[in-house]
Design a protein around this ligand. Sequence first.
Ligand code: CMP
Length: 138
Amino acid sequence: MREKTLAIIKPDAVKKRVIGKIIQRIEDEGFEIIKMKLLHLTKEEAKAFYVVHKDKHFYDSLTEFMSSGEIVVMILERENAIAHWREVMGATDPALAKPGTIRREFGFSVERNAVHGSDSRATADWEIGFFTEKMGLD
Ligand code: CMP
């Protein structure tokens, strides 16, 4: 069944100038890019997006990083999009991600890991809503 997921190219990957390579991979994997926007989140916006992690030790550092530069936010559509995008991204920690995954190829650390993807249908709905309603991803 076709479904939507939210994908973000994070500030580390934008600074490395690999937006194009990551988008090519997204297209090669059969995703349709439904929406796409270059944004620079404020720290408050990054905190709101990652509120689920507010009690984690890395929350402040993660939100500082995510507001440190431009990001590319996309809504992707495909058969089994949520699980497939997670497979293409690879494990959160690039050192543990399989060869050929985006995080293995472009990630730097468990925090600066190049890309984000929704982890479930409920999260995808919430994250797409966040960027559609609050960030003008229309
Ligand atoms: P992401 O898929 O965007 O979801 C939450 C993010 O928190 C994750 O990718 C990483 O960027 C970051 N993260 C997860 N675990 C850690 C950790 N142990 N230390 C620092 N950052 C982390």
